[in-house]
Design a protein around this ligand. Structure first.
Ligand SMILES: *Cc1c(COP(=O)(O)O)cnc(C)c1O
Length: 366
């Protein structure tokens, strides 16, 4: 579906009358956790078939009024994004490759039969919210303001078709350092009877349904003492795809980085960036199918020296061990890999403005 609006949207601002006092806000920012606290404002933009995108506004944060027949509640026509705002040493506030999130939101929208939002409007929605709630961007090392844009079908209609009324929103949540006590490698559980997405499904779209289907296997992972699930391809259960919300990269002894390629994997912006940094350093990068057997044999022979997961929330998480029914690859107490950690440092240095940004990845928000 195309967007009837061709000019950039103008945002109204309805200030909150119940914004938190600075003492309360500072207490939250001292220990924000993840996804628990929200800033004083939010963005809302309406869309309808007839009017296109309209009524862009920053409003007080608060509950949405949804008709109980809103089709998102029944048929899960929903997509989202996740990115962070980083406070730099001079107090300016930046985001990392927001145009890539805008492009991915448009791809997800196409798959879910939702309207596309123009890149300029997407970036402006972040800029408006972060400017108004800039005091909510924490300053301690590795902290950020997590931004969650999302789009839902709001039309009150139980017939099954693409909704003719849609809402786009952005909420923001201060985020503490993911690894408060230093980066700790994790164990991963191989899900051998559930898959995340199949051929022609929604695996490449960032949509809540993919997360709903990952929750039961995720609970299994916890039962086996693992932090995350590794999903295999749905047809053969042979090739590795990704974790519930993070991509996977394998590092070979000769310095090659390999990441699974498939139509059912969500293309992470963190993964893309990390692989580009590795290429800058002269590493070879391969995007191709990778079987579980290749991982197992490579770790056993020493050909695979490091494995990590990556995504916006934790940036890079080293994977120490892979466990499954009758399978154990690697050891739970393995130390983080050297390349893993140096790529992590390089990327976070760029994000926090501690190092040059040769690719022009950073966009100033406030
Ligand atoms: C968001 C997401 C990722 C990571 O993407 P980033 O852009 O790096 O944050 C990976 N896998 C899934 C399923 C995701 O939803």
């Amino acid at each position: 579906m195309s967007d009837a609006t061709t000019f950039p949207l103008t945002f109204e601002h309805v200030p909150s009358t119940s914004a938190r006092e600075s003492a309360e806000r500072e207490a939250i920012l001292a220990d924000p956790g993840f996804g628990k606290h929200f800033t004083d404002h939010m963005v809302q933009i309406d869309w309808s078939v007839d009017a296109g995108w309209h009524e862009a506004r920053v409003t007080p944060y608060g509950p949405l009024q949804l008709d109980p027949a809103a089709s998102v509640l029944h048929y899960a026509q929903e997509i989202f994004e996740g990115l962070k705002a980083y406070r730099h040493a001079d107090d300016s506030i930046w985001s990392f490759r927001p145009e890539a999130n805008a492009a991915r939101l448009r791809r997800s929208a196409t798959r879910l039969a939702l309207p596309e939002l123009a890149e300029a409007d997407f970036v402006e929605s972040l800029r408006r919210l972060v400017s108004i709630d800039s005091a909510w961007v924490p300053s301690a090392p590795e902290t950020s303001l997590y931004l969650r844009p999302f789009m839902i079908a709001t039309e009150a209609f139980l017939g099954v078709r693409a909704a003719q009324k849609v809402g786009y929103y952005v909420i923001a949540s201060p985020a503490g350092a993911y690894f408060a006590t230093g980066v700790t490698p994790v164990s991963i559980w191989i899900s051998d009877h559930y898959s995340r997405a199949g051929r022609g499904g929604m695996g490449a779209a960032k949509t809540g349904g993919n997360y709903a289907s990952s929750l039961l296997p995720q609970a299994e992972a916890y039962e086996h003492g693992c932090a995350q699930v590794l999903f295999l391809d749905s047809e053969e259960q042979t090739y590795i795809e990704e974790l519930g919300g993070m991509n996977v990269v394998l590092v070979y002894r000769d310095g090659t980085l390999v990441t699974p390629q498939s139509d059912s994997i969500l293309e992470g912006i963190t993964r893309d960036s990390v692989l580009e940094l590795a290429e800058d350093r002269g590493h070879r990068v391969e995007r191709r199918r990778v079987s579980l057997a290749e991982w197992r044999d490579g770790v056993a022979s020493g050909d695979i020296t490091e494995v990590f997961a990556c995504g916006t929330a934790a940036v890079i998480t080293p994977i120490a061990q892979l466990k499954g029914d009758g399978v154990e690859i690697g050891s739970a107490d393995a130390a983080p890999g050297e390349l893993t950690m140096s790529l992590r440092d390089e990327l976070t240095d760029i994000q926090y403005g501690r190092r040059d940004d040769p690719h022009g990845w950073m966009t100033r928000l406030a």
